[in-house]
Design a protein around this ligand. Sequence first.
Ligand code: ZN
Length: 412
Amino acid sequence: MLAIVRRLLALSTLALSVTALGATSTGCAADTGGEESEDDEPGTTEDAINAPRASGPLRFSHACDAGEKITIAAVGDVLLHKGLQVQSVDASDHFKSLWRGMSHLVAQADVAYANLEGPTAEGVNKSGSSVRDPGHTFDDNVYSSYPMFNYHPSLVDDLKSTGFDVVSTANNHSLDRRAVGADRTIANLERAGLAFTGTRPSTDASRPWHAMTTTRGVRLAWLACTFSTNGIPDSKKQVLHCYENRSEVLQTIRDLSARRDVDGVIVTPHWGEEYMHTPRSQEKQLAHDMLDAGATAVLGGHPHVVQPWEKHVTPDGREGFVIYSLGNFVSGQSQLPRRSSLVLYLGLTKGRDGKVFVNGVRHVPLTMRRWTVEPSDKASDATESMALTTQIFGEWNRMKSDERLVTNPECR
Ligand SMILES: [Zn+2]
């Protein structure tokens, strides 16, 4: 009782509405078949109350410097619970039905990134055994939801044709179909021509962990790692681990950033405490170490909710950028903070030394509702969701979903 009184005293208007919505939507989870077990995790109420507040605009000293400019769009976790996979079978635009209301926000960037949270492995069951593939369906055997995800491989084609260029395959669900699942996922990504980072084939331990994207002569190396594979042993060393392989991760960043054929390094770690809006000291330390090692930006994920961004000035004077969590991009999680995320736009300029620097960041708030994600400024009843992301990232760097994409508007 004392805790309730204390909580009520601490509640802001926003937190009150978030709490009320959270309580309502828990009931919503039950009628999806109850497979969204992750929704039962405690802590959301406290998280909403404790969400940090942006202190002001985030700007970069060299925003207006000359040089070739490109823009990255980054979204969070592609985490497809049962309801989303069932919809992908039924809808004429299949997996694209999950994001059809915002796909232009992906397509308008030069390079687009998402975290592919789970295998896309045909004909593998939950034990990792090869079985007859049922085709694009949800059979809860080959294609399944929490806690052992696996998606029909056409997901990869749908991500690619939406405009995504690179995905992380290093996350806590990387091995949900064991080594063979990671291998088949890689084969499907290669078939579709969608670059990936953070895993490698069981048969090729010499394969580099990073992926490359090239846009108008700007060559970016992408490097993903994960804090965990949910206790499933990485027996064939297929996954790059952020903390276990910390020195390898940092050395890889140093090596990549020193290469003459690499203009910038984007690191996409899968880390953090679920359902918390605030990063822990271990993520902060590693993010700063990654930037100090030569990374241009660090784009985190996994907590299912968004976490703040910041600028970090490295010892050699570069202004690095980190967003600790991009949140869920598409998921079946029903509570408001878990349905609230963003498209992050990261503007990069290639300087005279041939390396890129950050010229600015913007965000378009997103809201997920059964089962599609939309820009919050176009979605109905998304006021609280918009208020939450705006609280954390601020108004100045916010962009309307139909606004022309400019990452450094102060330079106009
Ligand atoms: Zn995760």
